[in-house]
Ligand binder design. Sequence first.
Ligand SMILES: N[C@@H](CCC(=O)N[C@@H](CS)C(=O)NCC(=O)O)C(=O)O
Length: 219
Amino acid sequence: MSAQYTLVIGTKNWSSWSLRPWLALRATGAPFEEIVIGLRRPDTQDQIRKYTGSGRVPVLKIAEAGKTLTIWDSLAICETLAERHPQAQLWPKDWDRRAQARAYAAEMHSGFADLREQLSMDFVRKIATPQLREETKKQIARIIGAWSDALSRHGGEGGFLFGGFSIADCMYAPVVSRFHSYGIEVPAAVRAYMDRVLALPSMRDWAKASQGEVDAGIA
Ligand SMILES: N[C@@H](CCC(=O)N[C@@H](CS)C(=O)NCC(=O)O)C(=O)O
C-alpha cells in the first residue's frame, strides 16, 4: 500500500515556508491531503502545536505500513520527498549541478532575513514598492545575480534555475511572488524566469486558493 501524505500548512496567501514543500509535493504527482491553519490568529500556535512541537508550519505526515512519521521544516520535507520520489528529479541528476542547487536552497533557507521581513509574502496582492533598506537592496541584488548566473548556465535546458524544475525553484518561488507583488525591477531574463514559475499549474492553484482566502477576509 502506498504512503498517505498530509501536509499541514499556513494561510496560503502569507505562508511562504508552506509554499516550498507544497510545490515539491505537487511535483512528485503523489496524492496528498492538506490541512490549512490560519496564521496571525489568537489560536494559531495552539492549532500548529497539535501537529508539531516546533510551533511552525509546514509539517508533513507520512502514514505508511501502520506507522505515522512527522517531518517538520520546509527543507527537510523537500529532501524527504526527493529521496522518496527519485523519478520526480527534485534535485538535478548530475552531482555537480545537484551540489550547486543545494547551495542555492540552503542560502535561501538560512538567509535573506531583511528581504523576508520587509517584503513579506502576500501572494495575490500588488503592493507599492516600499522604501527599501540597504540590506534588503543588497539581498535583492544577490538573488538577482544568483538567479541570472544559474539561468545563463542551465536555464536553456528547461527554463528553471538548474534546467528542470527542482527544489531550488521551490525554495525561491516565494521570492518570485514577492518580486512580482512589490514590483521589484529585474532584468528581462529574470522576468522571463519569474513568469515561467508564476505560470506553473501548481503556482496558479496556490494563487486561486490565496485569492479565495483574501475574498473570504481571512488573509
Ligand atoms: N525554518 C522553518 C520556518 C517555518 C516558519 O517560520 N513558518 C511560519 C509560517 S510561514 C510559522 O509557522 N509561523 C508560526 C506562527 O505564525 O505562529 C521552515 O523552513 O519550515
